[in-house]
Design a binder for this molecule. Structure first.
Ligand code: 5AD
Ligand code: SF4
Length: 477
C-alpha cells in the first residue's frame, strides 16, 4: 500500500535541502510523492521565519489543510523548520489538525522515527479503508494507537548539540538512494554543509531558530556528494548560512578545500554554493573557483543588504560598502563572465533617504545580475526589534519599488550582453510547447527550441535574445 507524501517548502535553500532529505527518506521507506496536497496522506510543511509575510502565508495554508483533513481524517500533518522552532506551542494550540511539530534545531533522527511510525500507521489505515471503504473512519482507532504516540512526541525532542552531530541531516541524504526516480531529485541536489549561524545580523531571526553554527564532517559531505553523483545528479548545491566559516570538526579543513575536493570528483557536473558572507570572503576561494571552472560555476550569491555604511554598521554586518565593492572586483577579476546576485533590505530602522540612495548608488556601480529585495520585517528576539523606526511603511515600499524598477533595467542589460555567445546549459525539462527549459552556468533560465527532450543533460546553446529574467537561444552541436 503506497503512502503518498507532499512536502511544502517555504523559505531558503537550507529548507529546500532539509525537505529534499525528507523526500529521500520517505521514498526510501517505499512512499511516493503526491503532486498536489489533496492527493497526499502525509503533508510536511517546512517553514520560514525570516519575514512576517512567510509566517502569515504558513498560517493560512494550515487553515486550508484543516478542511482537507475533515474530508480525509487519517491525513497526517507535520510542521518543521524555523517557525516550528520558535512557535511550537502556538502551532499546537492554534491548529488541532497538526500531528507533529519538529523545529530546525531538533534532532533529525527523532523526526525519522516519527515518520516511520506514521507511515506504518497510514499503511494499516489505508489497507483497512480499501478492504471496507464504508467502515473507514471507525476503523482508524483499531489500527495502531497513533494518537497516543503523537501526543507523546509533543513533549520530546532534545535540542541539537555537538554530541548529536552524527544524527544530523547528512544521514538523511544517505537513505534510500536506490529508489529515487523523481526527476527533480535526479537533476540537482541540495546538501547542507553546516547548520545555524553565529553572525547575529541585527535584523535576522535565523541564529535564534536554527541555533549556533555547527559544521558537518567533511568526509560525510564528500560521501553525500558522491552518492548523489552516482545516481546521476548533475548539479550539487552546497549550503550554509555562511559557507565561508565552514570548518571540518575533525581536520579543521576550510571551505575552499571542501570545494576543491568536491570539484576533483569524477564526472560531468556543476557545483554551486550559497550563501557567502562578504565579511569572511577570501581571495583563496575565488582562486579555487577559477582553477576549477569546469565544475565550480561562475555564479556568486553575495548578500549586500545595504550600501550605506551607517546602516551596515547598525545591521552588524561587519563590512563597509568599499570592502564589499573590493571583493566584487576580486571576484570579477578571477572569474570571467561571473553572474552575481544579491539580497537587499530597504527600510531598516534608521534608514534615511540618503542611506537608501547610497544603496541605489552602489547597485548602479556593481550592476548585479539579479537582486532579491525586501522591505525590512521586524522579528522577535533580534537586536533590531527594539530599535526605533519612524519611517512610514509607504515610504519603504516606494524605495523597494524604485530599487526593483531600476534592477529590471540592469538585469535586462546584463542578460542582453549574452546575445551571440554560446553557453553550456543544463536542461531541466521539456515544456508543453516543445521548448527546453534549461539553466546557464550563472543559473539564468534559458529557453531553447528542440525536437528532443535532453532532460537532465548538458548541451550547448547560442543565445539569440534576452528578457529581464530569461535568455532565449538555439541548440549548437
Ligand atoms: N526583514 C527583511 N529581510 C530579511 N532578511 C533576513 N531577515 C530579514 C528581515 N527581518 C533577508 C536578508 C537575507 C535574506 C535571506 O532575507 O536579505 O539575506
Ligand atoms: Fe541571518 Fe546574518 Fe546569519 Fe545570514 S549571516 S543567516 S542574515 S544572521
Amino acid at each position: 500500500m503506497t503512502i503518498k507524501f507532499f512536502n511544502k517548502v517555504y523559505g531558503c535553500q537550507a529548507n529546500v535541502a532539509d525537505s529534499e532529505g525528507l523526500s529521500k527518506f520517505l521514498l526510501g521507506l517505499g512512499c511516493s510523492q503526491a503532486n498536489i496536497e489533496s492527493d497526499a496522506d502525509l503533508i510536511i510543511i517546512n517553514t520560514c521565519a525570516v519575514r512576517e509575510k512567510a509566517e502569515q502565508k504558513l498560517f493560512s495554508f494550515i487553515g486550508r489543510l484543516a478542511d482537507l483533513k475533515k474530508a480525509k481524517p487519517y491525513l497526517k500533518i507535520g510542521i518543521i523548520g524555523c517557525v516550528a522552532s520558535y512557535k511550537k506551542q502556538e502551532l499546537y494550540t492554534s491548529f488541532d489538525c497538526i500531528n507533529f511539530v519538529h523545529g530546525a534545531r531538533e534532532e533529525i533522527g527523532m523526526l525519522q522515527e516519527y515518520l516511520k511510525e506514521i507511515v506504518l500507521h497510514l499503511q494499516q489505515v489505508k489497507q483497512k479503508h480499501q478492504a471496507n471503504p464504508i467502515a473507514k473512519i471507525r476503523s482508524i482507532k483499531q489500527v495502531r494507537d497513533i494518537k497516543n504516540f503523537l501526543s507523546k512526541i509533543k513533549n520530546q525532542a532534545p535540542i541539537l548539540n555537538k554530541e548529536s552531530i552524527s544524527n544530523l541531516n547528512l544521514k538523511i541524504h544517505a537513505c534510500g538512494t536506490q529508489q529515487i526516480s523523481d526527476s527533480d531529485l535526479l537533476l540537482r541536489s541540495h546538501i547542507n554543509i553546516m547548520t545555524g549561524c553565529n553572525k547575529y545580523c541585527a535584523y535576522c531571526i535565523v541564529p535564534f531558530t536554527r541555533g549556533r553554527e555547527i559544521s558537518y564532517p567533511f568526509a560525510e559531505i564528500l560521501q553525500a556528494v558522491k552518492k548523489d553523483l552516482d545516481r546521476g545528479v548533475k548539479e550539487i548545491n552546497l549550503l550554509g548560512q555562511n559557507v565561508n566559516s565552514y570548518i571540518d570538526p575533525e581536520t579543521r579543513a576550510k571551505f575552499p578545500e571542501l570545494l576543491k575536493q568536491v570539484a576533483d570528483l569524477a564526472g560531468d557536473f556543476w557545483v554551486r554554493f550559497v550563501s557567502a558572507h562578504p565579511q569572511d570572503m577570501t581571495q583563496d576561494l575565488f582562486d579555487v573557483m577559477s582553477q576549477h571552472r569546469d565544475k565550480l560555476t561562475a555564479y556568486l550569491h553575495f548578500p549586500l543588504q545595504s550600501g550605506s555604511n551607517k546602516i551596515l554598521k547598525a545591521m552588524n554586518r561587519n563590512y563597509s560598502a568599499e570592502e564589499f565593492l573590493q571583493k566584487i572586483e576580486w571576484a570579477r577579476m578571477a572569474l570571467q563572465g561571473l553572474t552575481i546576485t544579491t539580497d537587499i533590505i530597504v527600510g531598516f530602522p534608521g534608514e534615511t533617504e540618503e542611506d537608501y540612495l547610497e544603496t541605489r548608488k552602489l547597485m548602479e556601480v556593481i550592476k548585479f545580475d539579479q537582486i532579491y529585495s525586501f522591505v525590512y520585517s521586524k522579528r522577535q528576539y533580534t537586536k533590531a526589534f527594539s530599535m526605533s523606526d519612524d519611517c512610514p511603511e509607504s515610504v519603504k515600499l516606494k524605495r523597494l519599488m524604485d530599487l526593483q524598477a531600476r534592477q529590471r533595467e540592469i538585469s535586462l542589460e546584463r542578460n542582453q550582453a549574452w546575445i551571440g555567445k554560446t553557453l553550456k546549459i543544463l536542461v531541466e525539462k521539456q515544456l508543453e510547447n516543445g521548448k527546453l527549459l534549461a539553466r546557464t552556468e550563472g543559473n539564468t533560465r534559458i529557453l531553447v527550441d528542440s525536437h528532443t527532450s535532453l532532460t537532465g543533460k548538458f548541451t550547448n546553446a547560442c543565445v539569440e535574445n534576452a528578457s529581464v529574467v530569461n535568455l532565449f537561444g538555439k541548440l549548437v552541436d
